[in-house]
Design a protein around this ligand. Structure first.
Ligand code: SF4
Length: 135
């Protein structure tokens, strides 16, 4: 979900480099899989995340936030399934953006420290974000 508003900011330069590479690959058609717990963006950065954020993955509150986000996406796109690869094509990204902008996808954002930042990006039509529909 957080890749929708990713503009190239993150916990550390290494985190940003990794996330930027993944988001660019997704934009170029790399399939994504919905999963529970830390993913390819999180893995290897738990310590950096813990040092800066109040949402590191060792916390039950973070795991709950993660599950809420997962359920919100599955509710919006019921054709998706856990651990099944899918491409984020233009139709899916448009649906995700619309639900993000109207708030229906954002139950997991309630306690996030970047909530206002992501809200502004959505209100600004997702300008400047790195994720673009797969070509
Ligand atoms: S507000 Fe937080 S949880 Fe929601 S999309 Fe932004 S970074 Fe992700």
């Amino acid at each position: 979900m957080c890749i929708l508003t990713y503009r190239g900011y993150g916990y550390t330069p290494a985190f940003v480099a990794n996330m930027s590479e993944i988001v660019a690959a997704i934009s170029n058609g790399r399939p994504v899989e919905l999963s529970e717990g830390p993913d390819d963006i999180c893995n290897g950065f738990t310590e950096a995340c813990r040092a800066i954020s109040d949402h590191d993955c060792s916390l039950e509150s973070t795991r709950t936030m993660d599950r809420v986000a997962l359920l919100s996406v599955l509710e919006l796109l019921p054709e998706l399934a856990l651990n099944e690869p899918v491409t984020l094509d233009a139709v899916r990204i448009a649906a995700l953006r619309a639900a993000f902008a109207d708030g229906s996808l954002r139950a997991a954002c309630a306690d996030c420290s970047w909530r206002d930042f992501c809200t502004e990006i959505a209100a600004d039509g997702f300008s400047g974000v790195r994720l673009s529909p797969a070509r």
